[in-house]
Design a binder for this molecule. Structure first.
Ligand code: FEO
Length: 168
């Protein structure tokens, strides 16, 4: 059985993952409106991935005999000045999420909840991958600058990403 404290912080993380999904969906629609359909599709896959993360945590809470408390999801931002600004915000957001996951690991260690600690290691590794992927997109966009040919090519590259739920 999961402790009250551990259950509470996992519930908080469900909300954080749902907010991430909501934010990325908002970014995806912004890209669509700017006719950057590759970026829009990449962001939609990102939103789907975050929804998957929240459900993964929900399933874990249930498996451990805990209870789910779904809370209000904060309204996401909806306007940005450039693709670089959007992706930079994504990178900053992912860094924040990494901090949250590390906080959950701290609680698992305090509570001596070894099962939760093992479960959270998947998210620790996932954050390393996410920060690296988004960081690379930021760097490429900085390289491209105002070059429209580069942006056209990048949009096509971004459109190749397809969301496939990771194996459990
Ligand atoms: Fe659920 Fe992008 O971390």
């Amino acid at each position: 059985m999961i402790s009250k404290k551990m259950n509470e912080v996992f519930n908080g993380q469900v909300n954080a993952e749902l907010y991430s999904s909501y934010l990325y969906l908002s970014m995806s629609t912004w890209f669509s409106e700017k006719s950057l359909s590759g970026f829009a599709s990449w962001m939609r896959a990102q939103a789907q991935e975050e929804l998957f993360h929240s459900i993964k945590i929900i399933d874990y809470i249930l498996e451990r005999g805990g209870s789910i408390q779904l809370d209000t999801i904060e309204k996401p931002e909806g306007d940005w000045s450039s693709a670089l600004e959007v992706i930079q915000e994504t990178a900053d957001h992912e860094a924040k999420v990494t901090g949250l996951i590390n906080g959950l690991v701290d609680v698992a260690l305090e509570e001596r909840d070894h099962a939760a600690n093992i479960f959270l290691q998947w998210f620790v590794a996932e954050q390393v991958e996410e920060e690296s992927t988004v960081g690379e997109v930021v760097e490429k966009l900085k390289m491209i600058g105002d070059a429209s040919a580069g942006m056209f090519h990048m949009d096509m590259e971004m459109g190749k990403r397809v969301f496939t739920p990771p194996a459990e």
